[in-house]
Design a protein around this ligand. Structure first.
Ligand SMILES: *Cc1c(COP(=O)(O)O)cnc(C)c1O
Length: 381
């Protein structure tokens, strides 16, 4: 089955009772048993639910993996992965990481004896010097947020495999339509389904996809034992969103390319961060491991003035000022005052996160309208 067919058919069968073509929302906590212990594979909805099952199978198929697991949020999925580690274990991670992932690593799991080291992973060679006998996991996020660095998944996997270290890739920005980490050798693909997979800014959800039988069993145990599951209504919405994932990602990528090029031409714009540019430092790797460059762009303004940036962002009509990304509608964010406000200014500036940096989640509206919107906001008063 090819990708576009999988989005619609993988894991989904008409309802056996009625023939309903859409997976029903099995809004039930429990299932009647014929005799004590004799049931149809469903006992209690924390453990199993048919709507969630369909979504889990669908996600596994999209990532070319054996097992899919859904959670109440992206961070709940991350939480489950970390719970498979033991005190003393070390995790190597990209330094340019989703803020919530950084927070759960440092504010929650450090207390339980896990150790985290944050490094630049764009040069995989650097990674080697940080690996030691306690390193159990390498956590990769690519493209990164908001600087749009690209990490070479194959190069990281090559180093990790030699030492039996597992590699997790947060595949939220790219989605399996553009990048399939398991095919590149990674052990697990993690998702905030909240973003492109759901695609309509109406569901908070997370997912994990992997091949390893033992690790999957452990994660299934945690999914049930810790209980941060996704509800049937949310699973239905995610299934519905995924049916158009391929179409949306094509359009997101096409629109982002047009917006990136238009921004680059503008005299008030300083830098545009988009991995599709040939002079992007990681463009070659992006081309190898992604099928297109996705819908995320960041840019800075000449003069780098924070007040001017804030004023400009309030003039956008279609790029709504909001956190999150990946929905059909375009959004803009100001990392310095929003998602990355907790990082001290000096540290922030060092990693290129300037006061005027604006992050765009380019939606699937008409690209000319989007470019007009940016141009009218950028016009000097
Ligand atoms: C949003 C996001 C997360 C966290 O997901 P939630 O669904 O908000 O818990 C993790 N990684 C990336 C890259 C994200 O964008």
């Amino acid at each position: 089955m090819k990708f576009a067919t999988k989005t619609i058919h993988a894991g989904i069968t008409p309802d056996p009772t009625t023939g309903a073509i859409m997976t029903p929302i099995y809004q039930t906590t429990t299932y009647v048993q014929q005799a004590p212990g004799e049931h149809k594979g469903y006992e209690y909805s924390r453990s199993q639910n048919p709507t969630r099952d369909a979504l889990q199978k669908n996600l596994a198929a999209l990532e070319n993996g054996k097992y899919g697991l859904c959670f109440a949020s992206g961070l709940a999925a991350t939480d489950a992965v970390l719970k498979t580690l033991s005190p003393g274990d070390e995790v190597l991670s990209t330094n340019d990481l989703y803020g919530g992932t950084y927070r759960i690593f440092t504010k929650i799991f450090m207390q339980y004896g896990l150790k985290f080291t944050f490094i630049t992973m764009t040069d995989a060679g650097l990674l080697e010097q940080y690996i030691n006998e306690n390193t159990k996991l390498i956590w990769v996020e690519t493209p990164t947020n908001p600087m749009m660095h690209i990490i070479d998944i194959r190069a990281v996997v090559k180093l990790a495999k030699k030492r039996n270290i597992k590699v997790v890739v947060d595949n939220t920005f790219a989605t399996p339509y553009l990048q399939r980490p398991l095919d590149l050798g990674a052990d697990l693909a993690m998702h905030s389904v909240t973003k492109y997979l759901g695609g309509h800014s109406d569901v908070i959800m997370g997912a994990l996809v992997l091949d390893d039988d033992n690790w999957a069993q452990e994660l299934e145990f945690i999914q049930n034992a810790s209980g941060a599951i996704s509800g049937p209504q949310d699973c239905f919405l995610a299934l519905r969103g995924i049916k158009t994932l391929h179409l949306r990602m094509q359009r997101h990528s096409e629109n982002a390319a047009a917006v990136a090029c238009a921004l680059r031409e503008h005299q008030r714009v300083d830098k545009v961060y988009w991995p599709g540019f040939e002079d992007h430092p990681n463009h070659e790797i992006a081309k190898q491991q992604m099928d297109a460059f996705g819908g995320m762009i960041s840019f800075t303004l000449k003069g780098d003035d924070v007040e001017e940036t804030k004023k400009l962002m309030q003039k956008f009509k279609y790029f709504q000022l909001a956190e999150s990304l990946g929905g059909v509608e375009s959004l803009c964010g100001h990392p310095a005052t929003m998602t990355h406000a907790s990082i001290p200014r000096e540290e922030r500036i060092k990693s290129g996160l300037l006061d005027s940096l604006i992050r765009l989640s380019v939606g699937i509206e008409d690209k000319e309208d989007l470019i007009d919107d940016l141009n009218q906001a950028l016009r000097e008063r």
